[in-house]
Design a protein around this ligand. Structure first.
Ligand code: SAM
Length: 300
C-alpha cells in the first residue's frame, strides 16, 4: 500500500462529512452526461459512493453501477450506505492495474480522481476505451474548478501529485485513444471532459468526405470538434435552465462562437487544399464563386 492509498484508507470514516458535495451540481452534471437509463456504469475511484444516488436517479430503466476503488474502507462506507442491492457491485482494485472486461460498460466515470491517476492517465484512457461498448462514454470530471483542484493538491493538504491539465490537453489524449469529444468544460465551478467511443467508418476509396466532390483529410477532426461544440451548447442550455449567472453564460456562448468559427476554418483549409486546387486546375468557375461566397460569410 503506498502513501496515497493509506491516506484514503484513513480518510474513509470522515470523507462524507468533509466532502461538502453540492447535490444540485452533481445532479446537473449527471443529467448533462446523458447516461443510458439501462446502462452499465463504472464509477472509477468511487470513494464512499457519492455518485450512487445520482446514478440511481439516472438509471430509470434498471442498469447497473459498479463502484471501483482501491480503498477497502471507502468501499465499506459505500456498502454501509447502499447495501448489497442487485443494481450495485463493489470492486476493490487499483484502477491503473485492474483488468476491465472488453466492451462491457456504457459509461466510465471518474469524479475527482485525476490527480491520483494522472501519472498513468494515457494507459488508463486506453484501458477505458477497451472496456467501453461502442457508443459508450468516458467522463473525467471535477465538481470544482481546475484551479481549485490544483490548489488543494499543491497545498499539501492532500496527496496526489498530478496536476489537472487544461481541458484541451486531456481532449487530445481522449482523441488519440479513439474517443470523440462530446463535452469539454472548464469553468469557475466545474471541469469536465466527456468522450464517446465511436466507430467512424472511414470513407471508402474514392468516396466523399465532407462534400460530395472530393475526399478530405480533416473529417475526423471536424466531427470531433462539432460533437464537442454541441455538447458545450447543451451545457449552456442547462446553465440557462438553472438560471446561472448571465456573464458566465455569455462567456460560454462566446467560447462556442469561437469554436464554430475555428471549425469553419479547418473545413475551409481542407477544402482549399483538396477541392479548390482541382477547381482552379479545371477552371471550374462555379465552384470558385461558391467558395468565395462561403468565405465572405465566414469572415464577415
Ligand atoms: C478524491 S477521492 C474521490 C472519491 C469520489 N469519487 C468523490 O468524488 O467523492 C479519490 C478516490 O479515488 C481512489 N483512488 C485513488 N487512486 C486510485 C487508484 N489508483 N485505484 C483505485 N482507486 C483510487 C481513492 O481511494 C479515493 O476514494
Amino acid at each position: 500500500m503506498n502513501r496515497e492509498h493509506v491516506y484514503f484508507e484513513n480518510y474513509a470514516a470522515t470523507w462524507d462529512r468533509d466532502r461538502k458535495e453540492d447535490p444540485k451540481k452533481l445532479a446537473w452534471i449527471i443529467d448533462l452526461l446523458a447516461l443510458p437509463p439501462d446502462g452499465c456504469i463504472l464509477d472509477a475511484g468511487s470513494g464512499t459512493g457519492i455518485l450512487v444516488p445520482y446514478l440511481r436517479n439516472a438509471l430509470t430503466r434498471g442498469g447497473h453501477i459498479e463502484e471501483l476503488d482501491y480503498s477497502g474502507r471507502m468501499l465499506d462506507r459505500a456498502r454501509q450506505k447502499f447495501g448489497t442491492a442487485p443494481d450495485i457491485t463493489y470492486t476493490e482494485g487499483d484502477i491503473l492495474k485492474v483488468s476491465l472486461p472488453e466492451k462491457h460498460y456504457d459509461a466510465i466515470l471518474c469524479l475527482n480522481v485525476y490527480p491520483h491517476i494522472g501519472c498513468g492517465i494515457e494507459a488508463f484512457i486506453k484501458k477505458a476505451v477497451h472496456a467501453l461498448k461502442p457508443g459508450g462514454c468516458l467522463a473525467i470530471f471535477h465538481d470544482q474548478s481546475r484551479e481549485k483542484t490544483n490548489q488543494v493538491h499543491q497545498d499539501g493538504n492532500q496527496v496526489g501529485p498530478a496536476v489537472l491539465p487544461p481541458v484541451d490537453v486531456l481532449e487530445m489524449q481522449f482523441i488519440s485513444a479513439g474517443l470523440s469529444i462530446t463535452i469539454a468544460m472548464d469553468t469557475d465551478t466545474l471541469y469536465l471532459v466527456k468522450g464517446e467511443k465511436k466507430e467512424i467508418p472511414a470513407p471508402a476509396k474514392g468516396e466523399p468526405g465532407i462534400s460530395s466532390q472530393h475526399p478530405h483529410t480533416e473529417t475526423k477532426k471536424v466531427i470531433n470538434r462539432l460533437a464537442r461544440i454541441s455538447g458545450h451548447l447543451e451545457g449552456i442550455r442547462h446553465m440557462v435552465e438553472e438560471d446561472r449567472d448571465c456573464s458566465e453564460i455569455l462567456m460560454q456562448i462566446s467560447a462556442v462562437d469561437a469554436a464554430l468559427i475555428s471549425t469553419g476554418k479547418v473545413i475551409l483549409q481542407d477544402h482549399i487544399s483538396h477541392c479548390l486546387v482541382d477547381a482552379v486546375h479545371h477552371n471550374d468557375q462555379e465552384s470558385i464563386e461558391k467558395l468565395q461566397k462561403a468565405i465572405g460569410k465566414l469572415i464577415k
